[in-house]
Write a protein that binds this ligand. Sequence first.
Ligand SMILES: O=C(O)c1ccccc1NCC(=O)[C@H](O)[C@H](O)COP(=O)(O)O
Length: 230
Amino acid sequence: MTEPALSTAGLVKICGLTDEAGVEAATGAGADLVGLVFVPKSRRYVPPAQAAALAARARGEASVVGLFQDPALSEIEEVLEAVPLDLLQLHGRESEEDVLRIQTGFGLPVIRAFGVASEGDLYESAGSNAALALYDAKPPTGAGAAGGHGATFDWSVLRAAPGSPRWLLAGGLTPQNAADAVLACRGLPGFAGLDVSSGVESAPGVKDPSRIARFVAATRAAMAAAPQES
Ligand SMILES: O=C(O)c1ccccc1NCC(=O)[C@H](O)[C@H](O)COP(=O)(O)O
């Protein structure tokens, strides 16, 4: 396993990888975290055997995050038997009790996703037991999967971020808006980095290595120009 350096000020996470070219583009560009989706209804779902090969590619270069949506504990167990994950991301309607049970039970840090439309949605995350929060747009009405829709939300509400746990910004990020996103978040309490999926794809569910490289470069450049102090 790759020890996740979650205290790093400028994390970059590339999510929903499905092939080796995408993993290599992410690790080659210097992403800190790569995400593999274990939600069967997602277009980015990777079966455990395929995920094990992708995780092996990332090993030693980036921490591997497994994404789940309202999983039974047995589902996580089954994946972990095949894929040595470094972190678990919960992207459904999990409660704080679920976060604690999963984090303690599997001995892995949890990233808990929160759908954000207004400041009130951020208060819900205050004092979460998760190692990191992920502030994402709410899924469109009727969407089957809870994330990866390429939708943004009003970043100005992030001024109300409680700061604990530390958090990643997600939702509709692209190589074009990554620098603006960093500028909008830098200095806010707990800002830990950016997460992207759709914005580095050439077609729904298909990662584009050159967009991945451009996203990581744009994010790193903006973070270097405007370092996070808190
Ligand atoms: O990506 C999916 O298909 C997915 C399915 C079910 C739950 C979560 C999912 N993705 C969550 C992510 O971490 C995405 O990176 C995040 O929602 C941002 O997505 P995007 O707006 O497409 O960059």
